[in-house]
Design a protein around this ligand. Structure first.
Ligand code: PXG
Length: 461
């Protein structure tokens, strides 16, 4: 049997990693100099590294391991499917039972009118599908010029040319020729960082109205769709003010612009409902899914498409698809994951147990002198660090310096809490218990105390 076991000392694993493995979103030379942390196993909400540390993963991997690590049911689903049919495609008039069953189950769980699924291998691929699908939809309706896409600065939709262009990360656009033509970005509804003296409600409305301004500037007859995350994840867990989404919905309806809700993080329970669109009151035409669909155990993504668009797309040959669209093993694991979410009443656990416990832990952390606020939607949250919480002030040094220091102190205290700029991000497995949230609180407090001291000692506060 060939498996990649942890048979080498950590330093040797790190040297091999540095010699041959190029990491995403990483300055690899810097990483090589300090050595990557080697993760060897996971159980529940805990990871183990090659040094034997047990680390609480308050990020659920990359916002995806919603059912927690080590679920044998998911392993068995993969094993059974691998033995029966490890691969077949869904091109050329063929299908297979895992893809059929998963598409039907997703349609059952999705909001009314969203009954069709186009599978992909990831969120990036699914968003590329969406880009081509909405343009094809309008072209088939006789409006090929209705092709421009509006998205938001600091939104995240993936890393491929299409999805990365729709995303609004300026540091991504700076490399490799993005954004591609026909993509436009408006401001994000980040009241904490950009709201100034406005009330959240005024600010939310103002940012929503930017969409109308942009549509008018481009001409509604040229705008295919607006794409956004119900709650921005990678941008820093930005929860729009209550006025934002209703106004966006109104504007899109008034100008006949499609709405693509990117549910890659929000989907499958993260905000306390099956979809973030339900939590935020959005009526999308397409929803992007990935991550929590399979709890990250296997790579799978997709687009959930409304009847109206599906009717048009299904009437033509849509020249699009991936080798692994609806991969049988991935589909079988995702289906089993959806069964676990339902049979174990994970949504009830989130709403009645985990989210209230997380909120009260975060409220306590928000009292820390270094924490300038709290953004929380169900099981996704961020704590902005600030030198002056009353003023929502930024640090004098480069943005991200304090956040990075805090992330390092989290690691040192066996806690994974990611940083986006100077915000600490929390998105644990949905199955986390109140006792584990207590452990999170203890370790996060230690990390914040140590960061505070480090900042003070270095004259940075
Ligand atoms: N949409 C959203 C909303 C996402 O969060 C994607 C699309 C792309 O999915 P794939 O499967 O192609 O990665 C994502 C992914 C981070 C981080 O550091 C977030 C993501 C990916 C990698 C890192 O927060 N989100």
């Amino acid at each position: 049997m060939t498996s990649v076991s942890n048979h080498l000392p950590t330093a040797e694993l790190q040297a091999l990693d540095a010699a041959h493995h190029m990491h995403p979103f990483t300055t690899n030379d810097e990483l090589a100099a300090k050595g990557a942390r080697v993760i060897t196993s996971g159980k529940g909400v805990f990871l183990r590294d090659s040094e034997g540390n047990e680390i609480l993963d308050a990020m659920a991997g990359l916002w995806c391991v919603n059912m927690g690590y080590g679920r044998d049911e998911l392993v068995q689903a993969a094993t059974r499917q691998m033995a029966e049919l490890p691969y077949y495609n869904t091109f050329f008039n063929t299908t297979h039972t895992p893809a059929i069953a998963l598409a039907a189950e997703i349609a059952k769980l999705a909001p009314e009118g969203l009954n069709h699924v186009f599978f992909a291998g990831s969120g990036s691929e699914a968003n590329d599908t969406n880009l081509r699908m909405v343009r094809t939809y309008w072209a088939e309706k006789g409006h090929p010029e209705k092709s421009h896409i509006i998205s938001r600065k600091n939104g995240y939709h993936g890393s491929s040319m299409g999805s990365g262009s729709m995303g609004g990360m300026s540091y991504m656009h700076a490399q490799g020729g993005m954004p591609i033509p026909g993509i436009h970005h408006i401001g994000q509804p980040d009241w904490w960082a950009e709201g100034g003296d406005m009330s959240p409600e005024e600010f939310g409305l103002m940012r929503a109205k930017e969409l109308e301004t942009k549509i008018n500037e481009l001409g509604a007859e040229n705008v295919a769709a607006f794409i956004a995350e119900p709650v921005q994840g990678a941008g820093g867990v930005i929860i729009p003010p209550s006025t934002y989404w209703p106004e966006i919905q109104r504007i899109c309806e008034a100008h006949n612009v499609l709405i693509i809700a990117d549910e890659v993080i929000c989907g499958f329970g993260r905000t306390g409902n099956w979809f973030g669109s339900t939590t935020m009151g959005i009526k999308p035409h397409i929803m992007t899914i990935a991550k929590g669909l399979s709890s990250g155990y296997v790579p799978i993504g997709g687009s959930i498409v409304c009847d109206e668009i599906a009717e048009v797309i299904n009437a033509v040959e849509f020249n699009h698809g991936y080798t692994y669209s609806g991969h049988p093993v991935c589909a079988a694991v995702a289906l089993e994951n959806l069964r676990l979410l339902q049979d174990e009443n994970v949504m009830d656990h989130v709403n009645n147990v985990a989210a209230p416990a997380l909120r009260s832990a975060l409220e306590k952390l928000a009292e820390h002198p270094l924490v300038g606020g709290m953004n929380v939607a169900g099981m996704m949250a961020s704590l902005p660090l600030s030198p002056d919480k009353d003023k929502r002030a930024k640090f004098a040094m480069d943005e991200g310096t304090a956040g990075f220091m805090c992330r390092e102190r989290c690691f040192a205290n066996n806690l994974v809490m990611r940083h986006v700029g100077d915000r600490m991000i929390i998105s644990p497995p949905l199955v986390i218990t109140p006792e584990e949230i207590d452990i999170f609180h203890t370790r996060a407090t230690l990390a914040l105390d140590e960061t505070y001291k480090q900042l003070k000692d270095n004259g940075m506060l």
